[in-house]
Design a protein around this ligand. Structure first.
Ligand SMILES: C[S@@+](CC[C@H](N)C(=O)[O-])C[C@H]1O[C@@H](n2cnc3c(N)ncnc32)[C@H](O)[C@@H]1O
Length: 431
């Protein structure tokens, strides 16, 4: 496989590509590097490759002409990749796909990057090696070359190595041990020394599952899991962000379609569906708030039917869901209740289907913001009935969560659907 490395620092690659298995692969002719020094294609006495950006701003840019000439000099470039933090992430799946190519050209940026018109001139695919900024594309190119080349047949000497590693099956890899089997009392797990290959395989799979759940729960949704895997995962303890999340459904004060402050009736359907979400996602609790006495009595009657009355016998699952529900006068009473239970004052986040266009409004809260809060504190997420929460409730919240489907103009969801979507985005399956 031929890597054409387009860079202003070709010497950068000397040591990494001469060491270890990569050095051997070069010797064996499995991998070849073609260093294309952009400076050779620069004009003028100074051979300058950079210039100031139009529109001002800090730093310099790599000029178009030397870059274009450098690319034109490559006879057989194959796919052209440019290392850039703006690119699609380099993943194991992408590395595997690239390993099927004969030639790959890698463009390494420097300074603030490269004149954007290079992308108009060549079919360039941008690749990022992570959500951080490096000084130049060379370090990223080393990562890409390593990830791709080691998947070539014969690179590692044994063909199955690439299959067993982290991310190959969507999971992190299991731990490895070598001699001595006892190092200062730290003993290699018994199963690895017993020689029972079935047991070793089972142990390794379980270790992979456990470390993925603990260290990278975000990759679990994409992993291919058997029923046995899931049964095992269920036995493990995990971070349960849900226990810190409380939801409230506010029936007063909310607004009607004319923007007037009103009270809305309690509905059976909202109580059922929201309590089921609260139970399914292991939430701390669900508060239905209304100051109207007959509405509170109606809600209590419903709850009693399902928790203690005939409903509890016919459907004990529903009784379990309703055990999460409390009926209070207002949001302040819910906040106090959470404080009493947890010893911590909850952070208050409001929800709305509308963008907050008030003057000097803060940017909307993201799901990542609220997830961070959940890691250390109880959070009360307030949902509105009618046409949404009244201004006085919004004003009490620390922030308003970005509306669901904020990029489209129609997002009229029932509050029950909104609760399910928002809670799922915050907690998902892996927490
Ligand atoms: C200082 S960076 C330029 C960063 C650019 N101004 C930005 O904010 O996106 C210089 C060069 O380093 C490379 N680079 C930096 N971070 C990278 C990353 N995370 N992945 C891939 N390449 C990266 C790119 O080739 C980039 O053109």
């Amino acid at each position: 496989m031929n890597f054409h490395l387009v860079s202003i620092f070709p010497h950068y690659f000397e040591s990494p590509f001469a060491s270890g298995l990569m050095g051997k692969a070069v010797e064996n002719g499995l991998v070849a590097f073609d260093h294309v020094d952009v400076r050779h294609f620069a004009g003028g006495i100074h051979k300058s490759v950079d210039d100031r950006p139009f529109g001002g701003g800090p730093g310099m840019l790599l000029k178009l002409d030397p870059m274009a000439k450098a690319l034109d000099s490559i006879e057989s470039p194959g796919r052209i990749l440019m290392l850039s933090p703006r690119g699609k992430p380099l993943t194991q799946a992408r590395a595997r796909e690239l390993s099927a190519e004969e030639d790959l050209t890698l463009i390494c940026g420097r300074y603030e990057g490269i004149d954007e018109r290079l992308l108009d001139l060549y079919p360039i695919e941008m690749v990022s090696v992570g959500d951080f900024v490096l000084n130049g594309g060379e370090a990223g190119a080393v990562c890409l070359v390593e990830a791709v080349a080691r998947l070539l047949p014969d690179f590692m000497g044994h063909t199955d190595s690439g299959e067993e590693e982290s991310f190959s099956a969507g999971l992190l890899e299991y731990p490895h041990y070598t001699r001595p089997d006892d190092y200062q009392g730290l003993v290699v797990p018994e199963v690895l020394r017993g020689g029972n290959h079935g047991k070793i395989e089972e142990w390794r799979r379980e270790c992979s599952l456990e470390s993925t759940l603990n260290d990278r729960p975000d990759v679990l949704p994409e992993a291919s899991l058997t029923v046995e895997d899931i049964d095992f995962l269920r036995t493990l303890s995990r971070t349960r962000l849900g226990r810190n999340l409380y939801i409230a459904l506010c029936h007063y004060p909310v607004v009607n379609k004319f923007g007037e402050k009103v009270a809305v009736s309690v509905t059976n359907l909202d109580l059922h569906d929201m309590s089921r979400v609260a139970r399914s996602y292991g939430l701390g609790g669900f508060y239905a708030t209304t100051p109207i006495e007959d509405q509170k009595a109606l809600a209590e009657q419903l709850l009693n039917h399902w928790k203690k009355g005939a409903g509890s016998i016919a459907n004990p699952d529903r009784a379990e869901a309703f055990s999460k529900v409390k009926v209070f006068d207002d949001i302040e009473a819910a906040v106090l209740d959470i404080e009493t239970q947890t010893g911590q004052c909850p952070r208050l986040a409001a929800t709305s289907a509308r963008l907050d266009r008030r003057k000097h409004a803060e940017p909307a809260l993201t799901y990542a913001d609220v997830r961070k809060w959940l890691e250390i504190s109880p959070v009360l997420l307030v949902f509105g009935t009618g046409h949404g929460l009244a201004e006085e409730v919004l004003a009490k919240a620390e922030g308003i969560l970005r509306p669901i489907r904020f990029l489209d103009d129609y997002n009229h969801l029932s509050v029950r659907s909104a609760v399910a979507i928002i809670v799922d985005r915050l907690i998902a399956d892996e927490y």
